[in-house]
Design a protein around this ligand. Structure first.
Ligand code: GDP
Ligand code: MG
Length: 439
């Protein structure tokens, strides 16, 4: 998780209700992350207003902690902001690419062609750029790398003519991707040219290609291309760099469209379909927020069906009894490996896991089942306070559970090992924790 957003969320630990200060603090951190990811100020403000309103007005559902409640609201509002990915039916179609010079159109044309080819379609790239020297060679080479059909005219000087010829020459292809020229800035002749090409090829969708580093410039570009050819989707390129691509959201907003593809490198395979949750996590500088909130929610629901008042965070408060261990094992069965569960608890990163003795978490399915049977044979008193279990009781429990004394002792050892670890963490301040993790 992003450290500052994470620590704001940490302050909600143990709280079931949010006050205005809590919400303000979190909203401020989210604003900070989004602004530094180039998301437009007015979009950030709109988003934070709705998060703030919902967080304060909506009652957390029973058993949900304040922290999870906020995480869920943040996630939902972020999904509303970034939108779903542009629909791209896997069928015959013509796609027109628009954008300024250097935004990544030619590279994206080949990447998208490659992507369609992996879906069993036969794509072709049509190169109409007569403006940039070397455009033909570059496009041809990339199409070869993508192993897709290609049409261009190295000697042609009329892009509309090339587009017309290209549509005829690629009649065998299913998906035609029409690459166009760009300019350093928006100019009338660029707009006029792309309008003519658009009329000629009559695309099923036109995509605007934007460099992830685009900031405020996104607005004008998006508006111009929207007015001239109509934009159905956005391709964000160069996400392998430091830019997070938040500026592209301005274009999405301006054109009423959505994001289609993300480009993250210079080879033809460096492309993926846009998927909201990964992009959101990236914008916020957090781990996979969607997975996180879904898993916490699911695991808590299921655990609460059996026990109304257990929450993984309780492990960090009060004494760690065998009952806690049992619930934790149940939750682990549902949530996956314990290190990932730990990751969801504020203040505990993977770092804590490195501190645990290796066997502490080494509970195999088989051992877990035996442990469960053993615990079923124990009295409430024994579960609450395992120290009362001596020689005699060990024998009784082993017999009752159909296991052996050795396994009962292993369970007790495992419990005290976990208890010690947890106590150690309970007693620690932030600073201690950090020092320990650096070791
Ligand atoms: P065009 O002028 O819009 O056709 O842009 P190009 O496709 O020629 O790309 C401009 C430059 O950006 C080229 O050097 C590409 O290799 C590079 N480029 C394009 N997409 C990406 C990307 O996703 N990641 C990186 N690192 N470079 C990219
Ligand atoms: Mg180009």
């Amino acid at each position: 998780l992003g450290t500052s957003l994470r620590s704001s969320l940490d302050t909600l630990q143990g709280k079931t209700r949010l006050d205005e200060d809590d919400v303000e603090e979190i909203v401020k951190e989210i604003q900070r992350s989004l602004l530094s990811a180039d998301v437009d100020v007015s979009l950030v403000m709109e988003l934070s207003d709705s998060i703030e309103t919902r967080a304060l007005e909506e009652e957390p559902p029973g058993g949900t902690t304040a922290r999870d409640h906020v995480l869920k609201i943040v996630y939902e509002e972020m999904v509303a902001l970034v939108g779903d990915s542009t629909a791209l039916p896997l069928e015959s179609q013509t796609i027109l690419l628009a954008g300024l010079q250097g935004s990544g159109k030619t590279t994206s044309a080949a990447k998208m062609a490659w992507w369609f080819s992996t879906k069993g379609l036969r794509p072709a790239v049509i190169q109409t750029d007569t403006f940039r020297p070397g455009a033909y060679d570059q496009a041809k080479q990339m199409a070869e790398r993508a192993e897709v059909d290609f049409y261009g005219d190295p000697d042609g000087d009329d892009p509309v003519e090339i587009a017309r010829e290209g549509m005829e020459a690629t009649a065998d292809a299913d998906v035609r991707i029409v690459d166009t020229a760009g300019r350093h800035a928006l100019e009338d002749d660029l707009i006029a040219e792309i309008e003519e090409i658009e009329r000629e090829v009559d695309p099923d969708r036109s995509l605007l290609v934007l460099d992830a580093a685009i900031g405020q410039g996104a607005k004008d570009q998006a508006r111009q291309f929207e007015e001239s050819i109509g934009i159905d989707g956005v391709v964000i390129t160069k996400l392998d760099g430091t830019a997070k691509g938040g500026g592209a959201l301005t274009a999405v907003n301006e054109t009423g469209s959505s994001i289609a593809f993300l480009g993250s490198g210079e080879t033809v395979q460096d492309i993926e379909r846009f998927e909201p949750s990964g992009f959101i996590s990236r914008l916020l500088g957090m781990g996979d927020l969607k997975q996180l909130s879904e898993r916490v929610e699911r695991a808590m629901q299921e655990t609460q069906e059996e026990d109304d008042d257990w929450d993984p965070e309780d492990m960090l408060e009060g004494s760690f009894t065998l009952k806690d261990m049992k619930k934790q094992m149940d939750a682990m069965n549902r949530m996956g490996p314990l290190d990932q569960v730990m990751d969801m608890i504020p203040g505990m990163g993977g770092g804590m896991m490195d501190q645990l003795p290796d066997d502490a978490m080494d509970v195999t399915q088989d051992r877990m089942r035996k442990f469960e049977r053993i615990m079923d044979s124990m009295t409430d008193e024994e579960l609450e306070n395992p120290r009362v279990v001596g020689q005699e009781r060990t024998r009784r429990i082993a017999r009752g559970s159909g296991t052996d004394e050795e396994t009962v002792r292993q369970l007790l050892e495992q419990h005290s090992m976990m208890e010690r670890t947890i106590e150690q963490f309970q007693g620690m301040g932030e600073g201690d924790m950090q020092r320990m993790m650096k070791k």
